[in-house]
Each structure stands twice: as C-alpha cells, then as structure tokens.
Design a protein around this ligand. Structure first.
Ligand code: F6P
Length: 554
C-alpha cells in the first residue's frame, strides 16, 4: 500500500519520539495531565501516561481524517451496510437509541421492532421476577441458566457479574457455554428443575455447543418434569425462528433480534434477557442509556475530545509504529473480572483480520493486537512482572471506580493506591543508579549492589490509560462497554478491514465436524500424521477406559 501523508508523518514522528521519556515530558510540563485528560459524565479518561506529544497526536488525527473516520461513523449509525462481507448493516447502536428518531435499514425503520421486543423483555422479566410467570409445578423460577457461547454468553455473563450488587435477592444466574460436559453438569448439579429457567441464546441457532448443551438441559428437565414442562422452563433468544421451533421451543417464548446486531455486539438486544432478569428491566435500560450517552459522544465530539477515537489512535500508534502487538486491560474491580474475556472477543474477533475492505491481503501493517488481562490486584501477582521488566512494553488500560460497592474498611483505598502506583511505576520506572542507591541505603555491600542493581531497575516509559469512574453502576458500565466497541470500530476503519465478520472461526468448526465421526469410529481418519496419530491415541484410550469400566461392573 502506498504510504499516505499521515503515515509518512507518523513514521517520522516515531523516529523523533522513540527515545523520548514520558517522565521528562511530565517534568517539563506540569499541565500534561490536565491537558491530556477528558471528563465525560462520571468517567475520567487520563491518557497522559502515553508516549506522545501534540505533534504525534496531530499526525494521528490526520490519519483518522485520511480514513474519513467521521463519515464512517455516520455510515454505521445510519444503517449503511458496512459489514460488507456479510452484506449487513451494523446497528447495535439502534438498540440503545432513546432519541425517538427512526433508524433505517433498506428503507425500513427498525425502531418499532426493537421497542416491541424490549417491551416483551420487560413484561417477561417482570413476570419472572415477581413470580407471576412460574415453573410447570407452580414454583417461582429462581435459577436463570443462560445457554450460549461467544457473543451469546460473554456479554451477558460479564455484565451480570459486573452488576451482581443489583441482582434480585432470590435470583441466581448461571451460564453454560462450553461443550465440555462439565459445564452443563456443574450447573445442573446445583439447580432444581422446578425452579429453573433455561434461556437458549444463539443468534444463528445452529451453534453446535449451544444446541448440544440445550438438548442436554432439555432432556434433564423432561426427565424430571415431563415434556409439558418445556414451555414453562425454556425460552430462546435468536434471529432464527424456524430453528427455534424445530428445536421444540414455542416461538411465543422467543425473543427476537436481527442480523444487523453482531454476536459480540448483542448484549444490548434480547441476548441481554439474563441481565434484565438478574438486575431488573429498569437497570437493563440504564445500561443501554449509558451506552447511548457514549454513542452520542462518539458521534458528535471532535476527534481531539473523543475518548474512543483517542484510545483507538494511541492503540494504532503502538501497534503499527512501535510494533507492539499486545494490549492489556486491567480492571481494578472484582465485579469487572470478566471484562477482559469479553473484550477479547470484542477486539480480537472484530479486528483479528488480514484482508482489507478492497479485498487485498494485508502484508505491510499489523491489525488487531492480542488482548489479555485480569482483575487487579490479583494480576499484579501473576503477569505484572512482564509488564514491568519484560523486553517489550505492553500498553495497558487501567479501570478503577472511586467508590466500591463493598468499601469494607480500608480495602478500597488500598486497591486505588495499587492501581495508581502501578501506572506510575510503569511510566517512571527506576534507573540503575536509583536501584543502587536504594540498596546502599539498605546497607548492602558493593558486591551485592553490583549483582542486584540491574535486576532491581525498571526501564519505565511504559504506557497506560487510566479510566476512573465514580462507581460501577449499570449506566457507567454501559458507557464503558460502548466506549470499547467504538474504539474497536475506529481501529477497524483505519486498518480498512471489516470489523463485523468472523470468517476466521469457520475452519476449526468444519474440521471438528470431520473429526467427530472419526472419534466415534464411523469414519476413517485422514489427516496430517500428527492429527491422525492423536485421533488414534484418543480412540485407544477411550476404548481402554470403557473396557476397564465394563470389567469393574462384571
Ligand atoms: O465464534 C463465532 C461466533 O459466530 C461468534 O461471533 C458468536 O458470538 C458465537 O459464535 C455464537 O454464535 P450464535 O449466537 O449464533 O450461537
């Protein structure tokens, strides 16, 4: 690809800026934090601890303009079919559109249908929560089991965990995603069929994991309560009414969504039913309202005041110019511990692509980084060693609420002290001289100092963003999630990829379907020698185990 003006400038900026130390930038400008902090409602975004200055930022904004970012944002919000490989509009934003304005796809306003399903979700979640929609034997449905995978699991799972403090006292939520029989067994061992509602969540209603798990749960329920009980205990969330009916769920018990809602963007749709059941429909709406506030910000704020845009551009700066293809998200909030897993799908399934929108293979720049993370302070004691002293910096997002839902003495202050300290330590580091001085002050002899000073030094100059929220409320969480969605979208625009398809998950699914009959012995394994040998080994081990079990019984 020809090097554009903005790219050429950024390559020059990288040469100029590569060795600049952030601590010097702070020392030379006592207004740096103020200058590079944005406040939006109850969210404070401090991006000052990144390796940039005004000139770098200006070039990054030029890059966004070269890619017509503002027009692309409008294309998305206005229902243009920007998911080109699937010929679909991308309108998760319409699900949280409270403006009263229509949103058109193919000339049809999608809002009436969205509002109809939301009203149905409210009616149903209220009825389950207040006990008017009962199980087959007349008992209140207290256990909500969401059966889904990927976007039909991670979003509702992460959000219900994040909002645990808002759960109804007499409701428990469970999530079954993995095809591993253990996932089903562990949930079914803990719930009583008479009090359990199963939500089969699948956009396509063809996903083997979800349908297999749903069948197992259905058999379990029918065994306990009979076939008639299914309509009292099973509902479906899907775009595929035909498959739902074929599965044996009454379509009246189906909550619909549409192909303009991508799987990993679907928690705002009917896929959020488990959220509404756990925290109540009003709180679900608050979540959507928070997301809408971020949508409006993203759509209207100028680039240099736009939180998702700045996040995205800094990410591109590290990914494509510093060649750092890793990225950490560390929420300092126990309730947000599943946020990194959710963001893995959002970011990596959206931007883990290597074909451009013009149908050319990408060979000269990198797209989405590998995202990982976990809850602080736990992860300080696992992978933070690498963040501080590994050979390559990892840009990190820190997220912290000022107020905890469980203040518990000094716990929260210690937590806050830790997150601030980590960001400061990554930025400042510790020179070899400082390390030596510390050792000297601790009374170490010169030989010991010589031996340890390098190991005890920290390069610093390691970037991080700080997201400070007042508290993790449904509204704040909605804002936070939408912020990441728009960051991912912005990066996809600049990388010129389709962030809304996921062809990369297909090949493994195809091959698994081929291997399954081979494991069952009904087909002959024909693969590379490694795969064939592993299949043969598994078949042998399982046969041996069956024989042992049969011998025990005999
Ligand atoms: O992993 C691929 C994928 O298609 C995801 O994009 C999606 O969220 C997940 O599978 C589940 O799909 P479905 O909701 O159709 O069962």
């Amino acid at each position: 690809m020809a090097v554009s003006n903005a790219v050429a400038t950024l390559l020059e900026e990288y040469k100029r800026f590569n060795s600049v130390q952030m601590k010097d930038l702070f020392a030379n400008d006592d207004k740096r934090a103020e200058k590079y902090t944005l406040n939006f409602g109850e969210l404070t975004f401090d991006y000052s601890k990144n390796r940039f200055d005004d000139k770098v930022l200006k070039a990054l904004f030029e890059l966004a303009e070269e890619h017509h970012l503002k027009e692309r944002i409008e294309d998305m919000f206005s229902g243009k079919k920007i998911n080109v490989t699937e010929n679909r509009a991308v309108l998760h934003t319409a699900l949280r559109n409270f403006s009263g304005k229509p949103v058109f796809v193919d000339g049809k306003d999608v809002m009436p249908e969205i509002l109809r399903v939301q009203a149905k979700m409210k009616e149903f979640s209220d009825a389950v929560r207040n006990g008017t929609f009962k199980g087959a034997t007349g008992k209140k449905l207290k256990n909500i089991v969401n059966i889904g995978i990927g976007g039909s699991d991670l979003g509702p799972y992460m959000v219900t965990c994040a909002l645990k403090k808002y759960w109804a006292k007499d409701i428990q939520c469970y999530f079954i995603s993995n095809i591993d029989g253990t996932a089903c067994a562990e949930v079914l061992n803990n719930v009583n069929p008479e009090e359990t509602l199963f939500i089969v969540a699948s956009k396509t209603f063809t996903t083997i994991e979800t349908l297999t798990n749903a069948r197992t749960c259905r058999e379990w329920l029918v065994k306990a309560l009979g076939e008639e009980a299914v309509k009292h205990h099973f509902v479906a969330l899907s775009t595929n009414a035909k498959a739902v009916a074929e599965f044996g769920i009454d379509v009246n018990n189906m909550f619909e969504f549409w192909d303009f809602v991508g799987g990993r963007y679907s928690l705002w749709s009917a896929i959020g039913l488990s959220i509404a059941l756990a925290v109540g429909f009003d709180n679900f709406m608050e979540l959507l309202k928070g997301a809408e506030a971020m949508d409006n910000h993203f759509r209207s704020a100028p680039l240099d005041k736009n939180i998702p845009v700045i996040m995205a551009l800094l990410g591109i700066w590290y990914n494509d110019y510093y060649n750092i293809h890793r990225y950490g998200v560390i929420p300092y909030d126990q309730y947000l511990k599943f946020l990194p897993s959710y963001l893995q799908q959002l970011d990596m399934e959206s931007n883990g692509k290597s074909v451009r929108l013009d149908n050319k293979k990408i060979t000269d720049y990198a797209t989405g980084p590998a995202l990982f993370g976990g809850a602080g302070t736990d992860v300080q004691h696992s992978f933070f060693q690498l963040l501080h002293q590994g050979t390559q910096p990892v840009p990190v997002d820190f997220i912290i609420p000022a107020i905890s839902h469980n203040e518990n003495g000094k716990h929260h202050e210690i937590l806050i002290a830790n997150v601030l300290a980590q960001a400061e330590a990554l930025m400042k580091g510790k020179t070899v001289e400082e390390a030596a001085e510390e050792l000297r002050a601790a009374g170490k002899d010169e030989a010991t100092i010589e031996k340890l000073k390098l190991n005890k030094s920290f390069d610093g100059n390691r970037p991080s963003n700080m997201f400070l929220l007042k508290q993790i409320t449904p509204y704040a969480l909605g804002m936070l999630i939408a912020m990441y969605e728009h960051k991912v979208f912005t990066q996809g625009v600049i990388w010129e990829i389709d962030s809304f398809d996921q062809w990369g998950v297909e090949l493994g699914k195809q091959l698994a379907l081929k291997i399954l009959p081979e494991l069952e012995g009904s087909a002959l394994a024909q693969h590379d020698s490694s795969t064939s040998a592993l299949i043969a080994k598994v078949v042998a081990l399982r046969a041996e185990c069956k024989k042992e079990q049969a011998e025990k019984v005999a």
